[in-house]
Ligand binder design. Structure first.
Ligand SMILES: [Fe+2]
Length: 194
């Protein structure tokens, strides 16, 4: 039995991002689910003789966070576009916390969009840290390098080129970020925060 299952997303028509591109992207997501399961099954298989397979087990374990976070980040990303665009509720606990931690909602948007333009492939992520009751942003290289321990993802923006190049060309990265926010269903993000 497989530990992780591929989630289904009810993707609406998006502005700027084509359905073809979304379909291809969902196939990539499926690959992360498959490989996260594969690593678990291989570790069980090689774990029968852990001493003999020590090196293989170490390398499988090293790659697990790449596949797992690749799976999970995409689940946040696609879910945040389901249901179509919806503006943030300015009275919501999320918006109140954003204003507390970033000065204003508009300032947060400027900062997060700048974060998304970080060179290289990875993710712009907004997290909630329950230990300090703060929202924090970070850049995650690939899917896993730079994740913040113990924090809950609230908003995950895919900045791998596969997310936008087919529709925007590499030079259209900035427009992709703008369109992501045009397409974003903030009610999902409010729920993540809750
Ligand atoms: Fe992706």
């Amino acid at each position: 039995m497989e530990t992780f299952t591929t989630k289904k997303f009810n993707m609406p028509t998006l502005s700027g991002i084509s359905m073809k591109s979304v379909e291809e992207h969902l196939k990539l997501y499926n690959g992360y689910v498959t490989n996260a399961n594969l690593i678990l099954s291989k570790m069980a298989e090689y774990g029968v003789d852990a001493e003999k397979n020590n090196y293989i087990l170490s390398e499988l374990q090293r790659r697990f966070s790449f596949e797992f976070d690749g799976m999970r980040n995409h689940e946040y990303y696609f879910a945040s576009l389901e249901g179509g665009p919806k503006e943030i509720n300015k009275e919501s606990p999320l918006c109140i916390s954003i204003c507390k931690d970033f000065g204003s909602f508009e300032t947060f948007l400027v900062l997060f969009k700048r974060l998304a333009m970080t060179r290289g492939v990875g993710w712009a992520i907004l997290y909630y840290d329950k230990m300090t009751d703060n929202l924090l942003t970070t850049w995650v290289d690939e899917h896993h390098l730079g994740q913040l321990t113990g924090l809950s993802p609230v908003l995950c923006l895919d900045m791998w080129e596969h997310a936008f190049v087919a529709d925007y060309m590499p030079s259209g990265k900035k427009q992709y970020v703008e369109d992501f926010f045009k397409n974003l269903n903030w009610s999902v993000i409010e729920k993540n925060f809750k």
